[in-house]
Design a protein around this ligand. Sequence first.
Ligand code: HEC
Length: 412
Amino acid sequence: MSTTDDDKPNGGNGTDEELHGLLAEFDTPGALIAAARKVKNAGYTEFDCYSPFPVHGIDAAMGIKATKLPWVVFLGGLSGLFLGTLMQWWMNAYDWPWNVAGKPTWSIPANVPISYETTILLSVLTTFFGMWAANKLPQVWHPFFRLDRFARVTDDGFFLGIEAGDKRFELEQTKQLLVAAGASHVEECSVDARPAARSVPRWIWAVMPIMTMLALIPIALVYKARATKSPDPHYHIFSDMDFQPKAKSDQPFAEFADGRANRAQAGGTVARGQLKADDGYYRGLGNGQWLSGLPAQVEVTPALLDRGQERYNIYCAPCHGFDGAGHGIVPERVAMLGGAWEARNLVERSSAVIKMPNGQIFNTISNGNNTMMGYASQIPVEDRWAIVLYVRALQRSQNAVESELPPGSEVR
Ligand code: HEC
């Protein structure tokens, strides 16, 4: 807060005042353009035009060159593209390559959406803050604001201001130039020259640390909530969204007479496409026993085995490993986190899976077993049989004995 009389409309002529420049008013946009051209041709550089709306042609008249901002934005976008792609490569292909359903860890098409977004993000940020920098923002105050007349720039006033700092500025001469250029009014503008008058008021310095401290409180609360344990129940901001009066599967539900949410199938009916009468093909059963052979629909071909290998590598390898020995990346990760959770070894000689009938393996894939979930909803029946075949191939290849080798083979 300053204690001087610098609130006088024209800034007064006290000793602390210093000339900022001259402000000339023109009656029409055309007059402003003509004047801008004259001032530019007279060799002035430190001047600007002020108008209530954009005046076409004013840039050329003032000699303003095309902005370099698009190039800066282009560079910002390029770095967004580069950084976004690098980030994904680093995360997905280098630092933590993770087998997600057999997909490659590094593939350009998968990176397009994120790289596209980071390109736009950095372009927009450079546009926004580049504009600020180019226009010397944020600027909340300008010396011309001291002149009452200047208020009309938001209404019907067209102004040209020349700063006293310009090399060619010469008070009387510059005034004459502006009058000759058609100014209807020319006014001097001065500012308070003392540094204290231009610096940030002291109360703002006092308030800023207080506001900063207050702004840290929510962050501290969030951090505390994350770092500590509490027996209190979770606070529900929208409890009617978290607890809706609706039926969830396998939950009690009072609206129905039997008190269950799950509805039984209507007796004596079969949903369309759900008949699946063939026990062997759809359930791996024959006469109530697990099938040891294969259902008639499954014809063993190299193509079906290849299909089985591909599907196995996608759906089973994450847990059972590519070789079937149970060392997939999921148990590996569990071990890294200090837990113990193993997928069954499907191939070792002592494994129960070796003697298991085909129908039972098919059933495990369909419906799961203990801690292994079923894959019926993801893997079609035909593919499940293909996987059974491939599991058999894995077992056979890893337990082959010499007598099984074709004649003429050599054991090394
Ligand atoms: C999410 C991890 C996971 C995936 C994926 C997975 N399994 Fe398993 N699997 C297990 C675990 C764990 C067990 C041991 C379950 C138990 O305790 O019997 C198991 C057991 C088995 C068994 C033996 C079941 C029994 O009755 O003892 C077979 C056969 C099997 N899996 C085959 C497969 C095949 C084929 C696939 C691919 C379609 C597959 N699994 C996918 C985790 C997995």
